[in-house]
Ligand binder design. Structure first.
Ligand code: ATP
Ligand code: MG
Length: 429
């Protein structure tokens, strides 16, 4: 399809076809209200890009030239749902009443110009025109807008060459300071490159080194967010490989590596995910498969840079320790392996199991996950009480010994367990 030949009516047809009737009604309601209030309303960014590429999403980013907050509030008053407002940035989020195929929220922003006072910091903003708003974006292909209000419905705004680049499959920043202003755009660039199979414009490639120098000024949250988004992408492995090649990973933290060994483990582990019940989320698993052979001390540095939440932090530390120690489990009795593995977050055991090559060590972990973990004696604390044993720490020891006997194959039936229990109680008494 030649994008440059798309007319206003082609685009309105595309829009209508891409949206379900409920989605269409949602946008139409916003557009009608904008028309009444004489406010130009545009849908911008990822939605427009993906609509043209034939893969429309649900990311409704709307730009209003004028009072966005009033518009969003009136919309909620008429249509229901709720609105949250950020007065400082003149943005609003509308959470429409739930409906089939509707997004959870719609973003409304006031068209604005941005000024970066310091590289890699958040910009200051002031109200502006649509073009100002498109100019502050990351790449030309993300700087396209389609107007929605009144008779303008379907008008494409392509002031910055986005259509031509989209057609040619080219990622191009809008100006030469772009990566220095906001180095998260480096991550975004590589993500789009892998997702769409696009090329990077030569003049944009030349700007990468300047951006790299600013990565250390990015906050932990912003870098982690970018990496989280990348790990959710289908092509996460090729994105990470490219980040490594461009020196982006190293600029985040020197312990963040990517190589063929990691790549193999990562891809195999993520593809095998469905093998295990109660698996960690894809993102958690991806982090662990990536970082499990970073030594504990290196991980501490990465954690300091990225501020993982405490569950992920503990899981990554446990996985890294387990990778080192897992080999020694093969010579141990099942009960000894279980005693060691029970102390580790289950998600860490699952991730390491998926990450290890097939072999004796992996088998121990598989045995643990698939059977040993849930092997318990029939006897309970209640039974011990019934037998007249005074409650105390002895209960735990007895039950642990019974469990170990099952695990190590020393007992195989409830009768044998009862006999062993008699023997143990006698030896205690
Ligand atoms: P995705 O499909 O990954 O969601 P997207 O283009 O929708 O891609 P969002 O992060 O949802 O990306 O952002 C919406 C739009 O906001 C982008 O299309 C782009 O125009 C703009 N944008 C987002 N992040 C930045 C940034 N760091 N710098 C400049 N513009 C940005
Ligand atoms: Mg988006």
């Amino acid at each position: 399809m030649t994008f440059s030949r798309l007319t206003k009516s082609d685009l309105s047809v595309r829009l209508d076809q891409a949206l379900s009737s409920e989605q269409g009604r949602l946008l139409k309601t916003a557009a009608d209200l904008a028309t009444l209030q004489h406010l130009p309303l545009y849908i911008v960014g990822g939605f427009v890009r993906d609509l043209l590429l034939g893969r429309p999403g649900l990311d409704f980013d709307l730009v209003v030239v004028g009072d966005v907050i009033g518009l969003a509030r009136t919309l909620a008053a008429r249509q229901g749902g709720r609105v949250t407002v950020h007065s400082k940035f003149k943005t609003a989020q509308w959470f429409p009443p739930p409906g089939e195929g509707l997004p959870g929220f719609v973003d409304f922003i006031t068209a604005r110009a941005e000024i970066y006072k310091h590289p890699a910091a958040l910009p200051t903003v002031k109200p502006g025109t649509l073009i100002d708003d498109l100019r502050r974006r990351d790449f030309t292909i993300n700087a396209l807008a389609i107007r929605l209000d009144g008779l303008h419905y379907g008008e494409l705004s392509d002031e910055l060459g986005g259509l031509e680049d989209l057609e040619a499959g080219i990622l191009r920043t809008l100006h030469s300071q772009s990566f220095q202003d906001d180095p998260t755009r480096l991550f975004r660039m590589v993500r789009y490159q892998a997702r769409y199979g696009f090329n990077i414009a030569p003049e944009t490639l030349a700007l990468i080194p300047g951006g790299l120098l600013q990565i250390n000024h990015l906050s932990a949250e912003r870098v982690r967010h970018e990496l989280d988004l990348i790990l959710e992408e289908e092509n996460a492995a090729s994105i990470l490989k490219r980040l490594e090649k461009l020196g982006i990973l190293e600029s985040v933290h020197p312990a963040l590596e990517w190589n063929q060994v990691i790549q193999k483990r990562f891809e195999k582990g993520l593809n095998a995910e469905q093998d295990l019940s109660h698996s960690p989320s894809r993102r958690t698993l991806a982090w662990a498969l990536w970082l499990m052979d970073v030594p504990s001390s290196g991980l501490v540095g990465v954690e300091k840079r990225l501020h993982f939440d405490s569950a992920l932090r503990d899981m990554l530390q446990a996985a890294s320790t387990l990778v080192v120690q897992a080999g020694s489990l093969t010579g141990k009795k099942p009960s000894q392996s279980v005693a060691a593995l029970d102390k580790i977050p289950l998600k860490a055991v699952q991730a390491v199991t998926l990450g290890l090559p097939a072999g004796a060590t992996q088998q121990v972990l598989r045995n643990y996950l698939e059977s040993w973990r849930v092997i318990k004696p029939k006897t309970t604390g209640y039974d011990l009480k019934k037998r007249g044993l005074p409650p105390g720490p002895e209960y735990k020891t007895l039950l642990r010994k019974l469990r170990a006997a099952w695990l190590d194959g020393e007992i195989k039936t409830p009768e044998q367990e009862a006999a062993l229990l008699d023997k143990l109680i006698k030896s205690v008494g």
